[in-house]
Write a protein that binds this ligand. Structure first.
Ligand code: 13P
Ligand code: SF4
Length: 298
């Protein structure tokens, strides 16, 4: 069986397999650790293995490499990108910074190393509010690339950020009407959505949480049915960890094609052939690491 071969290869290579909550269920099951972006970054920063195989999208593997320049970081399919991360370039961010001298440049972790290198601080959806609370109120904030997460945190903080018009094409498929329909079909069930959703969708939900936050909510909630507005891969873990509860996707259309690119086949091949190593220019990596370290220190 492929899963057994993957575990044997991981032991042979002294490799740790990290998987994001949105990856295929069978990939999550074979991984050493499954989590949200923040949990995976923390894990990547402390892992002792020689090799990290990252099952997720490119910016996540890149973040693991930035945190561990001396380790081998492999991504089974290097074409697994994040369209939102690619919505802003380093040059575009430099232009924006020139228009707002003195502003604090903050990036969502869903960004390229080149963009992180231009930033003072990095955030994930799991810690954005806590991290942004450390930024002085009188300091102007540029937030890239996710306009929705930026708007969500700025609104909660009661201040205004300079936002870049980036968005997640997967979460953009969730509508307030889908939430209303799901509520009508499951009266009384709470609705949880990801902060990458648009404002009207976030407003229509009961909670706005990172995928790790959703796992905690599912554990702690007294509700027997929970309506989930995020990429459907998370449902695997929610159901596995809470077999007595019912989880209903608010929309079946929330599938991130890039998160599905890691399969047991290419994961096994990745370990067999040690491919594909993630490389980040050391100068860019060192600058990007400052923004990530500033986040991890909070
Ligand atoms: P989190 O797992 O941090 O909530 O991130 C969601 C996401 O879209 C990752 O690409
Ligand atoms: Fe990027 Fe959205 Fe896919 Fe996450 S779910 S990797 S933000 S496109």
């Amino acid at each position: 069986m492929l899963s057994a071969e993957i575990r044997a290869l991981a032991a042979e290579r002294k490799a740790v397999i990290l998987a994001h909550n949105y990856t295929r269920g069978e990939v999550q099951d074979v991984a050493d650790f499954t989590g949200d972006s923040l949990e995976l970054a923390r894990k990547a920063a402390t892992v002792e293995a020689d090799v990290i195989v990252f099952c997720g999208v490119y910016f996540m593997a890149e973040t693991a490499k930035i945190l561990n320049p001396s380790k081998t970081v492999l991504i089974p399919d290097p074409t697994a990108g994040c369209p939102m991360a690619d919505m802003i370039t380093g040059a575009q961010l430099r232009d924006l910074k020139a228009q707002h001298p003195g502003a604090m440049a903050v990036c969502y972790v869903n960004s390229t190393a080149e963009v992180k290198a231009e930033c003072d601080l990095c955030v994930t959806s799991g810690n954005a509010e806590k991290v942004m609370a450390t930024v002085p109120r009188d300091r102007e904030v540029i937030f890239v690339p996710d306009s929705h997460l930026g708007d969500h945190i700025a609104t909660r903080e009661g201040r205004t950020y300079v936002l870049w018009p980036g968005y997640c094409p997967t979460h953009a498929r969730l509508t307030a009407k889908a939430i209303a329909d799901a509520r009508a079909a499951h009266p009384g069930a709470p609705v949880i959505v990801h902060p990458e959703c648009a404002r009207d969708v976030r407003d229509a939900a009961d909670e706005r949480l990172s995928t790790g936050g959703m796992c905690r909510y599912a554990r702690e909630s007294a509700a027997s049915t929970i309506l989930v507005g995020t990429e459907v891969g998370l449902l695997h873990r929610l159901r596995q960890e809470n077999p007595e509860k019912t989880f209903v996707p608010v929309s079946e259309a929330l599938v991130c094609p890039n998160m599905k690119k890691t399969t047991l086949e290419n994961l096994a091949e990745s370990l067999r052939e040690m491919k594909t190593p993630v490389e980040v220019d050391p100068t860019v990596a060192a600058r990007a690491k400052r923004a990530i370290d500033a986040m991890l220190a909070i």
